[in-house]
Design a protein around this ligand. Structure first.
Ligand code: FE2
Length: 306
């Protein structure tokens, strides 16, 4: 089948203590820490590396300041891993590290790695919901979640220069087996990894001339986690980047935060799942960004009643 999921990401950063504080508050699990780097895990065993000196196996950063340096994709079998690495080796240097990762670079300059997927089963406890005609929770009051724990990194969104965008997309679709799910001609291409059910595992977003990390999204079990996770981050001094809302493409509920490692991170829940019956949709104009976003007028002066 091929690529299943994001297995690992590496950011090149300046302020390790600040970045560790951010992802600790975000709800990831710290599994390794030195003076130079730190490693966090999601509940399903994907790793986030924060590194002040990411090393010579990675290409140079595509933008100034802290940023994403590499996305390592998890592949289902050793045969498929070998096949993909050999195929990429036809037109670019592929280097292998002792930990079994094959490292190369995409058309934009982002590091791309391939390794065997090692998914851990995650303890997902969904909150039973109640509505007239559909009662799933009796005699039990809800408690605050308090500490939100992301299940997994579910998608990565990268900014790519408009010039050469078709080649940048083709690297992922023709070489690595991703399938375009929604092509938004003025904006970018949403695509799904062959082993994933999510409506998108990756978004390549055109920008006039600059490349960089846009965001990485982390799936949480439900709507409450998105809200409470964002609230916890705000209470701990981190800055929200968008108001709570639900996207048009993918239907996921989202909250975004500015991340000190570069770009933003997203708490995401309830994304569309799609399979082969979902035909690629091509949009000539950009659909609205969201179905809804949180609005309030409680802090405004009340308008005079007529
Ligand atoms: Fe997203």
């Amino acid at each position: 089948m091929g690529i299943q999921r994001i297995e690992s990401v590496t950011y090149g950063i300046n302020d390790l203590a600040q970045c560790v504080g951010f992802f600790d508050d975000f709800g990831l699990f710290l599994v390794e820490r030195t003076d130079e780097h730190a490693v966090f895990e999601t509940l399903t065993g994907q790793t986030l590396r924060l590194d002040t000196d990411p090393g010579s196996l990675l290409p140079p950063p595509v933008e100034n300041g802290p940023t994403l340096r590499e996305v390592v994709w998890g592949v289902d079998t050793p045969q498929e891993l070998h096949r993909l690495a050999a195929e990429l080796g036809h037109d670019r240097k592929v280097r292998s590290s002792a930990d079994g990762v094959h490292h190369t670079v995409d058309e934009t300059g982002f590091g791309v790695g391939l390794t065997l997927a090692r998914p851990k089963p995650a303890p997902v406890t969904l909150r039973p919901a109640n509505a007239l005609g559909g009662v799933n929770r009796w005699n039990t009051a809800l408690e605050p979640i308090t500490r939100v724990r992301p299940l997994r990194m579910c998608h990565v969104a990268l900014n790519i220069p408009k010039h050469g965008k078709d080649e940048a997309v083709a690297f992922y679709t023709e070489r690595l087996g991703f399938r375009p799910t929604d092509v938004v001609e003025p904006m970018g291409v949403f695509m799904q990894a062959p082993g994933d059910d999510d409506q998108h595992t990756m978004l390549l977003c055109h920008r006039p001339d600059n490349a960089g990390v846009n965001h990485i999204a982390y799936e949480v079990p439900g709507f409450d986690d998105v809200v409470e996770g964002g609230n916890y981050m705000i209470e701990h001094g981190w800055r929200e980047a968008r108001r709570l809302g639900r996207h048009t493409i993918g239907s996921n509920v989202f909250r975004f935060l500015h991340a000190p490692c570069g770009g933003r991170v997203e708490y995401a829940a309830d994304m569309d799942r799609v399979d082969d019956r979902y035909e690629t949709r091509v949009h000539e104009s950009t659909p609205p960004h969201h179905i809804w976003a949180l609005r309030t007028n409680r802090d405004q002066e009340a308008p005079a009643q007529s």
